[in-house]
Design a protein around this ligand. Structure first.
Ligand SMILES: [Zn+2]
Length: 211
């Protein structure tokens, strides 16, 4: 049975920013992994960007499933019942080995809704919460690290800058922001290649034979 991975992002570039390096490296080692990539908002332009981003990060993936929904950016709390029904459908179609989602204490309201519904939906699964740097200054102290080498980080940043043209004039959307955060997380986990992405592993279940 190939590895099943679910990636959840409120907006077009969230998954790529939060766990793009993990995805790129994972697909090098697990080419047969099946990735379900779900973005919850986007107008026509943002949807095109979301699909371009997914394509560049999922190159070589086996039959990736990419979905882009049209929930209203910035208004997820008031759309949460409808968003929950997307989660319910997803739950009925996949039994993921890994779920990648937003950080529970992320200050962006849309991100928090997706995080809460993730935990509400996937109760027998490994959930890792990724981080997205932003104005709100809500970065915390993650406890799970995925070391990356410079080549993977360069590729991630190149894909981000290419796919998301609409974000390039935002003051925070720059290679330095993304590289800086990955370098800092690399320092925190003594990554051999110097870089890392970091996650919150809120809980995990460890099976011990006979226990
Ligand atoms: Zn976002």
């Amino acid at each position: 049975m190939p590895l099943q991975v679910v990636c959840l992002g409120a907006h077009a570039d969230d998954i790529e920013i939060g766990c793009g390096g993990l995805i790129l490296d994972m697909l090098k080692e697990h080419a047969s992994a099946q990735v379900h990539w779900i973005v919850f908002s986007g107008n026509a332009r943002r949807e095109r960007e979301a699909r371009a981003g997914a394509r560049s990060f999922l190159r070589g993936a086996r039959r990736p499933r990419v979905a882009v929904h049209r929930f209203r950016d910035g208004f997820f709390p008031s759309e949460s019942a409808k968003i929950k029904s997307v989660f319910e459908k997803l739950k009925a179609t996949v039994a993921p080995d890994l779920v990648l989602t937003h950080y529970r204490d992320d200050r962006h309201q849309d991100h928090r809704v997706i995080s809460d519904l993730t935990w509400n939906t996937f109760r027998d699964h490994l959930v890792l919460e990724y981080e997205v740097p932003k104005y709100d200054g809500d970065l915390g102290t993650p406890n799970c690290f995925v070391p990356l080498d410079r080549d993977t980080c360069d590729r991630k940043v190149e894909c981000l800058m290419q796919a998301f043209g609409s974000q390039r004039d935002r003051h925070w959307f720059s290679p330095e922001t993304f590289m800086g955060l990955m370098r800092l997380r690399g320092v925190e986990c003594r990554a051999p290649g110097g870089y890392a992405e970091a996650f919150y592993a809120r809980k995990f279940v460890m099976g011990v034979a006979g226990a």
